[in-house]
Write a protein of this length. Sequence first.
Length: 180
Amino acid sequence: MEKSEQELISIFAPADIAEAVAGLAGRISSDYSASELLVLGILKGSFIFLADIVRMITVPLEIDFMRLSSYGSSTRTCGKVKMLMEPHTCVTGRHVLLVEDIVDSGLTTAYALDYIKKRNPLSLKMCALIDKHERRLKTIQIDYTGFSVEGGFLVGYGLDRDEKYRNLPGIYSIGGIKCL
């Protein structure tokens, strides 16, 4: 059954997101103050978050993307991660910050981290706007987290349901959610 926008429950308003992004960018800028950074976003979900955070990071940086999929049009992971697009930038010997919109099951994030580690970065850290714990299958170290939530299916600010709702300025739940 397709949910209508009237059934969306506001979880994080645009102002809450802006405050979280600014805080994350400040921490990242401080941690990499003597370094150049390669920011690697996972498409498609991270594109809005990544655009906002890189404009606030004050250290020199480059941006690249990789595209992975484990959901298809479902609301649950199929358990198999597919590489749809590899990054074009060499990560060897670079400080790399992997940026995700949401860490849910952890399968896609674990795949991306393993992919990058095999290419010998100088350092690798993880930044996720949302750390969602409900369906975690892989343990993931998230170095920079905007929000932690217990569960629910989230959309907006880049997060989608079957490619819809990415354009919403806030983050919404389709159904109930518990914030930590």
